[in-house]
Design a protein around this ligand. Structure first.
Ligand code: G6P
Length: 610
């Protein structure tokens, strides 16, 4: 995830910026850079790879003498991870340097406009439109320029700016991306994450959405969206560095669970415009889509489970048969594929050995390949014919959370796009689903509100000492229960298995005895009565049932021991919301059992061996 640090004070800025960037390393990054203003000129040093390289290039920052500047660690979203695409980005006239976290959704439009106006872009990033726009807008009044800038940008951003004409000041603006001001003694900071400035101060001011800050060595001035000055109350933190890195959460996993509204927004919003879907310019020819004999979705672990959710969605809306295949099986199964099949390769890391091998084999056999990947320019992203990035940001906890839900979201986008091309969905239903997809991040925000989380916590404590848990569901609820069971077993070491609810009676029901816990996903209205009878058959054998239901199906609670409900959403999209409940359930069960949540035994985040 990108990181920002800005410094203004009396000391040499560059070594402080580099030190701040090192504190942000844990967030994951692929390149870094600093810009310092020295004698009214912007001096820039950037590098690909580790901050140690930036340190070497700048002699630990000693090469740059100014007392104010900005620094950035980049996690690529638009454009390869390389030195040119690293931030800060500088305007053509060299007066503005900018660091940016987030995604500028209308960057392509702004870029064309700027190019038509004679602007030359150095990088492939969305972020570079910001300094180039500023160059054109600024006429000596920086605050007015920032207001105009904000009116032109769509998307999410935390932006730090220095201007060569404006000595001893940093400018900061934000929308839907965190930016914090650190208050020191005769020096001040802007940071995306307090861990970057914790060595220098414990006093911070949180910038709210659409607010602007002007930061000088002796103070800060903040303004609201209309440009009116506002007073902000500083707060003091007593966090240690470890806690600060986790944003105050005890584990990365719970931090990442809470990052899902942002991750889903970043995955969905840039692809939806005026009720239509654009998959980053990936063009599917209608005759190709009409001629598809099938889609193979390949992945490992949670990525494989995301693919199963995708199968239900794509088959329903596109009427194209979908086969889910574990990557490790695909490569040795002599797969049947050709130019009439699409192979969708799913991988958070983009480096999983089995998945990469499957991608290469599918290509060799003549299939078109589309990768759904989180890490830009990873091996799978490089090798696939086309890529749809998930924009989840780096995941540090081994058990994936936002990686999985954003994969599901990307599959929904793909399914809807193919259905629209093929004409297997009505315009009305398409519009309806697009609107509901756009609402998903808010649905997740609702689920992560304190009272909702407390309900899950209470039930997790109630069931934490169980040794065996079944997860059941029908249709897309079955697909979602596979991931729920995996989450629980990965981090709590409880034996958990998912079954299609109708399949339980064909053997596994023999394992249900007094008190055996079954989590029953009941979000599919059309399958309500079938689920009800499956639940009753568990209860009649003494089993304990915890239902995860949609509001429409909440009367299922009458025949269950406990129930959690998800927010109102379309039945087709419920796996994202059930995933969030099941992630929280697994997390709090594991917490209760005192497990090593972020690094479960025997597991690795990225498995680069077969
Ligand atoms: C490992 C991780 C899983 C992940 C799987 C696939 O086993 O522990 O959480 O789902 O790899 O990883 P990928 O990066 O390809 O999505």
């Amino acid at each position: 995830m990108c990181g920002i640090i800005g410094y203004v004070g009396k000391r040499q800025a560059a070594p402080i910026l580099i030190d701040g960037l090192k504190r942000l390393e844990y967030r994951g990054y692929d390149s870094s850079g600093i810009a310092v203003v020295e004698n009214a000129k912007i001096k820039l040093i950037k590098s690909e790879g580790k901050i140690a390289e930036l340190e070497k290039r700048s002699s630990g920052g000693k090469k740059l003498n100014g007392t104010f500047g900005i620094g950035h660690t980049r996690w690529a979203t638009h454009g390869e991870p390389n030195t040119t695409n690293a931030h800060p980005h500088v305007s053509n006239d060299g007066r503005f340097a900018v660091v940016h976290n987030g995604i500028i959704e209308n960057f392509a439009e702004l870029k064309s406009e700027l190019i038509a106006d004679g602007c030359k872009f150095a990088s492939e990033t969305d972020s570079e439109v910001i300094p180039q726009l500023l160059q054109r807008i600024y006429d000596g009044d920086m605050l007015a320029a920032l207001r105009t800038l904000e009116s032109r940008l769509k998307g999410s951003y935390a932006v730090g700016i220095v201007c060569a004409d404006e000595p001893d000041r940093l400018y900061a603006v934000r929308k839907d991306n965190p930016l914090i001001i650190g208050l020191g003694d005769g020096e001040n900071f802007i940071v995306s994450d307090i861990s970057a400035a914790l060595r220098y101060t414990r006093k911070f001011v949180l910038l709210d959405n659409s607010e602007t800050a002007v930061v000088t060595p002796d103070g800060i001035k903040c303004y609201d969206a209309s440009g009116a000055p506002i007073e902000k109350e500083p707060y003091t933190v007593d966090w240690d560095v470890d806690r600060a890195e986790k944003g105050g959460y005890p584990h990365f996993m719970i931090k990442e669970i809470h990052e899902q509204p942002r991750a889903l927004t970043d995955t969905l919003r840039p692809r939806i415009s005026d009720g239509d879907i654009d998959l980053d310019g990936i063009n599917f020819d209608k005759s190709y889509v009409d001629g598809l004999t099938g889609i193979d979705i390949v992945g490992c672990g949670s990525a494989y489970h995301a693919g199963i959710v995708g199968k239900y969605f794509i088959e329903k809306h596109c009427r194209i048969p979908v086969v889910n295949i574990l990557a490790s099986e695909y490569i040795y199964s002599d797969p049947i594929t050709d130019g009439k099949r699409l192979t969708v390769i799913i991988s958070q890391s983009g480096e999983t050995a089995d998945t990469l091998a499957a991608l290469r084999l599918a290509k060799k056999l003549g299939s078109k390949t589309l990768a759904i990947v989180n890490v830009v320019h990873s091996a799978i992203a490089r090798d696939a014919d086309s890529v749809l990035y998930t924009h989840a940001g780096p995941e540090i906890a081994v058990a994936t959370t936002k990686g999985y839900t954003t994969q599901v979201a990307a599959l929904y986008l793909l399914g809807l796009k193919l259905a629209a091309i093929k004409g297997t969905i009505t315009q009305k239903r398409f519009t309806d689903l697009v609107e509901k997809l756009e609402a998903l991040p808010n649905n997740v925000t609702e689920q992560l509100a304190e009272p909702e989380v407390e309900k899950v916590k209470t039930l997790a404590a109630r069931y934490a000492d169980h040794h065996c848990v079944f997860f059941i569901g029908r249709g897309t609820d079955y697909a979602a229960s596979l991931e729920g069971a995996l989450k629980l077993k990965e981090i709590s070491y409880i034996h958990a298995e998912a079954y299609a609810a109708g399949e339980l009676k064909h053997g596994t029901i023999s394992l249900i005895e007094q008190g055996t816990l079954t989590l029953a996903l009941t979000t599919q209205t059309a399958l309500y009565h079938k689920m009800e009878s499956n639940i009753k058959s568990v209860e009649s054998r003494g089993g304990t049932v915890l239902a995860i239901a949609s509001p429409a199906n909440s009367h299922i609670g009458e025949c269950c021991n406990d129930m959690l409900t998800i927010p109102e959403c379309d039945d087709d999209l419920s796996p994202v919301l059930t995933a969030v409940v099941l992630q929280l359930f697994a997390y709090y069960v594991a917490l209760d059992r005192k497990c090593d949540i972020d690094k479960p035994r025997n597991l690795a985040k990225s498995v680069t061996v077969e």
